[in-house]
Ligand binder design. Structure first.
Ligand SMILES: [Zn+2]
Length: 258
């Protein structure tokens, strides 16, 4: 596969990077990333995935734009209030780059519909706002053999990691958090508050890690760093790395898999 001349121009600053190059740009054009959540993390993440030339994006979000979102969800404007986030996000992508194939899904992903919603994706970036969905997405990715970039943010902290829990020697997101949060919607940025720029930092970092996944085996940037959790303290600011071990008894990817 070769990229047409206008695409070579558009991505010239990528192609000149030895870590990406022409082969990496072709890999990005062939990637299909399913993005869960078009909010504080998803907005900047999808902007950078689209800007990077990811060929296909599936945008999944069951929420509508609210005035309180505008402080951090960078793709929305006051004219979008009351409209479905996934639909508005898809319009943003098409305006930004009509060559990207984009699909908007206005429902909440769960264990039941994950197989159909993620069916043709090559990887998943989860930037949703609750543990129950993050765990359902993780379990779905393990079952379907899909790599997962998962990202979360609260107040001034963020977490981003790539997981490949379908591989026998790699942990999944559930190995990290366990089973305690399945039924709880315990993230609450409405109560705790969040600085918009922190969501931007975490969304950009998530996009970077998702691009590593898309480039794995195709360009030298593509070490996905499976199971290494990046912990961002935006106040310091600092970034710490934790290595997550595979839990042999994990109900998502281990012997107790459900
Ligand atoms: Zn696991």
């Amino acid at each position: 596969m070769n990229l047409p001349a206008p695409r070579l121009d558009r991505f010239a600053r990528h192609i000149v990077l030895p870590e990406i190059g022409g082969a990496g740009q072709v890999a990005l054009a062939g990637a299909h990333i399913a993005l869960i959540g078009c909010g504080g993390i998803g907005s900047p993440a999808l902007q950078y995935l689209a800007a990077a030339g990811v060929g296909t994006l599936t945008l999944i979000d069951d929420d509508v734009v609210d005035v309180t979102n505008l402080q951090r969800q960078t793709i929305f404007t006051p004219a979008d209030i009351g409209r479905a986030k996934a639909e508005v996000a898809a319009v943003w992508v098409t305006r930004f780059d009509p060559a990207i194939e984009v699909r908007a899904i206005g429902s909440r992903i769960d264990k039941g519909n994950a197989p159909s919603l993620l069916a043709s994706a090559t990887s998943v970036l989860d930037g949703c706002d609750n543990f129950a969905t993050r765990l359902a997405v993780s379990d779905g990715c393990v079952a379907m053999g899909l790599p997962l970039t998962t990202a979360a943010v609260g107040r001034f902290q963020g977490q981003v990691a790539n997981f490949a829990g379908h591989l026998p020697d790699q942990p999944c997101y559930r190995c990290f958090v366990g089973d305690a949060f399945d039924a709880e919607d315990c993230d609450s940025c409405a109560a705790d508050g969040m600085l918009g720029a922190v969501a931007g930092m975490v969304g950009s970092l998530a996009a970077m890690q998702a691009l590593r996944v898309a480039l794995a085996g195709r360009a030298t940037l593509g070490d996905p760093q499976w199971g290494r959790l990046q912990l961002l303290d935006a106040l310091a600011p600092s970034l710490r790395t934790l290595s997550i071990a595979k839990d042999p008894a994990c109900t998502g990817c281990g012997s107790a898999r459900r």
